[in-house]
Design a protein around this ligand. Structure first.
Ligand SMILES: *Cc1c(COP(=O)(O)O)cnc(C)c1O
Length: 361
């Protein structure tokens, strides 16, 4: 096997090594079928079991009951930016959106393209999206409230979700789904592109409360209706079989190897604390997000001497620490610490940062 590096990529991102090994081990002959999972029919018992097991595990991990449906959809989280308003926001109603960065802004823009009525009820744009807005007044007549749970680019995260009363919350959890336990009760719908915390690119997880399905209009194209996916076990047409299979293995790893989301959160907190504690006591590096709102998943930081940032990223890679360049829209550095990134990788990163500071500080 070739050498593997410590992977801090923002997405697609690290997958758990035991999962990659399991895929490798059964890739040519899936459970005695004599075929690869990439070669079997999606209508076969082999794949039916994969998708059904994945759904059961999603529900168990998120602690949601029969009133929620688990769907697998293509088109990425970006398609959900339009599917959500298409399906859940009638033309004569209004939805409240909170703008906490580029992904929120894209969700807002897609709703506007559809000529839907959107109110931006809070934004952190005034301080460059370095914090999460507090004490937001939501409108009583809102069809739903949309938030971005974790802001992958800016490194902020809702540590507690806003109280929206009876208004259904809709959230983009692309970069922190399954990173911690959550109470779905106030959520009408959550969605997440798989390629950050759940699996490979190519599939998006949607969990929708059943009553929200009643809102879906009949005049939408078949493949854009949530009801098509709920009625057909996400297999109206050929689903992204391989991506769903990997997601299933990641969910199994979360349950059986990690031991559930409370354990996962504990590990994630430990990883994030290691690097934040270092940033907090250094004058050489500077975290970019407000302390109380910073993300467990994406640690964004700058070097006091910004001209050193490129050297930092290059030298890090030469030391087998990959993916540390900040998003092209904001610059700087970013370490993405998704579930599959192990504590040892973060220890190696902090040790490199210490050494780099000693040499250049
Ligand atoms: C990466 C990301 C997206 C975009 O996901 P795609 O699956 O590429 O469309 C959307 N929202 C958030 C929060 C993300 O991190």
């Amino acid at each position: 096997m070739g050498k593997r590096i410590h992977n801090f990529n923002p997405g697609p991102a690290a997958l758990p090594l035991p999962v990659l090994e399991e895929i490798q081990g059964e890739f040519l002959d899936y459970k005695g079928s004599g075929m690869s999972i990439t070669e079997v029919s999606h209508r076969s018992a082999w794949f039916e079991e994969v998708i059904n097991d994945a759904k059961v595990r999603v529900k168990r991990l998120l602690g949601c009951g029969e009133d929620y449906e688990v769907l697998f959809i293509q088109g990425g989280a970006s398609l959900q930016f339009s599917m959500v308003p298409m399906n859940l926001l009638p033309d004569d109603q209004v939805a409240d959106y909170v703008n906490t960065g580029s992904w929120s802004a894209k969700a807002i823009k897609e709703a506007q393209i559809l000529a839907k009525k959107v109110r931006v009820v809070a934004s952190s744009e005034d301080r460059d999206f370095t914090y999460i807005p507090k004490n937001i007044d939501f409108n009583e007549d809102a069809a739903y409230v949309h938030i971005t749970s974790n802001n992958t680019i800016r490194g902020t995260q809702w540590s507690r979700y806003p109280d929206t009363g009876t208004l259904p919350l809709v959230s983009d959890l692309s970069s922190d789904i399954m990173g911690r336990p959550m109470d779905l009760t106030s959520f009408g719908l959550i969605y997440a592109g798989a390629q950050k915390n759940l699996g490979p690119a190519g599939v998006t997880l949607v969990v929708i409360r059943r009553d929200m399905l009643d809102r879906v209009p009949d005049n939408l194209p078949t493949m854009l209706r949530y009801t098509t996916f709920s009625a057909k076990n996400s297999m109206f047409n050929t689903p992204p079989c391989f991506a769903i299979y990997v997601v299933q293995l990641v969910l199994k790893w979360l349950e059986e190897t990690v031991g559930g989301l409370a354990k996962m959160e504990k590990i994630n907190k430990e990883k994030a604390a290691l690097i934040y504690n270092y940033l907090d006591k250094s004058d050489f590096y500077r975290g970019t997000a407000d302390k109380e709102d910073r993300s467990m998943m994406n640690v964004t930081f700058r070097l006091a001497e910004q001209s050193l940032e490129q050297i930092f990223v290059e030298e890090a890679l030469a030391n087998d620490l990959g993916g540390l360049k900040g998003h092209r829209s904001v610059g700087g550095c970013r370490a993405s610490l998704y579930n599959a990134t192990v504590l040892e990788a973060v220890e190696a990163l902090v040790s490199f940062m210490t050494d780099f500071e000693r040499r250049y500080g």
